[in-house]
Design a protein around this ligand. Structure first.
Ligand SMILES: Cc1cc2nc3c(=O)[nH]c(=O)nc-3n(C[C@H](O)[C@H](O)[C@H](O)COP(=O)(O)OP(=O)(O)OC[C@H]3O[C@@H](n4cnc5c(N)ncnc54)[C@H](O)[C@@H]3O)c2cc1C
Length: 428
């Protein structure tokens, strides 16, 4: 029997992660990027390609945050429907965000191609799967709204739906051909290598502890060194550490876990998501389902497993697998891991300019592979050409979220109860 261990699959399968070197001196650059995830690395890459000198400071190692441990869905758009985005932001700003994020998967796959990044990239689309009648209605309206905007989406039903999903428990699925899947740690590592090739200075194990203006320059301090920069990008997302910035007051934390099986072989396994899409269902507390390049089945859901016993995690994974894919019989679960997400009450991200020359972002709400790539580039462009109208969303003023800790605890309790209900067959 295989023992379920706490380890992130993507870290396990990604070779060539950068050796850590901490900042231990004074370094002068045009731009200091704080946070070595997809956003920061995308910003660094685009700044370097435009002739700027860049230092990236990462508290742990590159990919430590959501970028190294996510599901790997390369989604188009936000979690909320495009009409709702426009209702919240207004038609001009909302329309622009829908357009930028609708086209974002193409930018991710073009970046992967251009830089030759080896990250299990598949531009075969994603499947949003309806588990009941209200799920079908939800997907129908998502389909209609995106179709009106010219997106390449199709609502699969009947035998085509069953063929794509590999289960008869899903009555309709929204196939979004703009989207796809990656190994997110592979993508992050590939961006890191590109940054290094272009002369970017990368310092890991270097948490920023202080940020201050001195004359015309910004001093970005760690315990053992300082980066002196004209401009600063704060891209620490849900993993922001320390009290040197107000960023973490602008989101509340939620968690997401994944469980990976051992590699599966045979016809029954091949029929699960046989055309290579990553997927998630329409449940109140969703389940994500995907395969990796080695044939593993990856299941995920909201909440954390790092505080739960192995028997509970296995029982949940068995329950979801036997519900959707009973034909696989008993399978073995090999790894589980948890990550942290930055949520906002309206499910939309925020861009900030807390001081001239400093830009920051948060609130990806669990969609950062595409969003981080385009926002990183957009922030780099803004620091170079100072054209705020070209940003995907206008800057906001920082505004602390009320009772952020309480909200996180409330949701986590709800997720745990929901999963317990699934294990006990009360829900599903
Ligand atoms: C389990 C999980 C599943 C997800 N699934 C998907 C998905 O399928 N598709 C998708 O698009 N998105 C998904 N997301 C969201 C996505 O992973 C994130 O939105 C994205 O990775 C954010 O990238 P980032 O670069 O902004 O931040 P991160 O990748 O979180 O990077 C921030 C970095 O900043 C560093 N840092 C923090 N404080 C400091 C400091 N003081 N000094 C220096 N460095 C610091 C951290 O160590 C971290 O490495 C998921 C997230 C999780 C957790």
């Amino acid at each position: 029997m295989v023992e379920l261990r706490r380890e992130c699959l993507w870290e396990h399968v990604t070779p060539g992660q950068a050796p850590p070197m901490a900042l231990a001196s004074t370094v002068k650059v045009d731009v200091c990027v704080i946070g070595g995830g997809i956003t920061g690395l995308s910003a660094a890459l685009n700044l370097l390609e435009n002739g700027k000198s860049v230092a990236v400071l990462e508290a742990h190692k590159v990919g430590h945050g959501g970028s190294g441990r996510n599901v790997g869905l390369v989604n188009a758009g936000t979690w909320i429907k495009p009409d709702d985005v426009e209702a919240t932001l207004g038609s001009k700003a909302g329309g622009r965000l829908n357009q930028v994020l609708g086209e974002a998967p193409a930018q991710v796959f073009a970046t992967i191609d251009r830089l030759g990044i080896d990250c299990q990239a598949r531009n075969d689309g994603t499947l949003h799967m309806a588990h009941n009648a209200s799920g079908v209605a939800d997907l129908q309206s998502r389909h209609d709204q995106w179709k009106r905007r010219g997106a390449d989406v199709e609502l699969l039903t009947g035998s085509k739906c069953q063929e794509y999903c590999g289960t008869d428990k899903i009555s309709a699925a929204l196939l979004d051909r703009r989207a796809g899947t990656i190994n997110p740690m592979g993508y992050t590592t590939g961006l890191t290598e590109a940054v290094r090739r272009l002369g970017g200075r990368l310092f890991q194990n270097s948490p920023v502890i202080h940020l201050e203006k001195q004359g015309a320059a910004w001093l970005v301090k760690t315990a053992k060194g300082v980066v002196v920069a004209d401009k600063v990008v704060i891209s620490t997302g849900a993993y922001t550490e320390g009290d040197w910035s107000e960023l973490q007051k602008n989101y509340f934390r939620g968690y997401y876990y994944q469980v990976a099986s051992t590699p599966l072989v045979g016809t029954e396994a091949d029929n699960v998501l046989r055309h290579g899409q990553g997927s998630w269902d329409t449940r109140l507390v969703l389940s994500s389902i995907r395969r990796d390049a080695d044939g593993r089945l990856l299941l995920g859901s909201m909440g954390r497993t790092d505080n739960k016993p192995a028997w509970f995690i296995k029982s949940w994974a068995d329950r979801i697998q036997t519900h959707y894919f009973p034909q696989l019989g008993k399978i073995e679960w090999e790894m589980h891991w948890t990550g942290c997400i930055d949520f906002t009450p309206d499910h939309l991200m925020r861009l900030f300019e807390p001081a001239p020359g400093v830009v920051a972002v948060t609130g990806y709400n669990g969609r950062g592979n595409t969003t981080g790539t385009v926002v990183g580039k957009a922030l780099a462009d803004y620091l170079i050409d100072d054209l705020p109208d070209n940003l995907p969303i206008p800057f906001s003023t920082m505004k602390p979220i009320h009772s952020a800790g309480l909200r996180s605890a409330f949701y986590e309790g709800g997720f745990s109860l929901y999963h317990a209900g699934q294990c006990l067959r009360v829900i599903l």
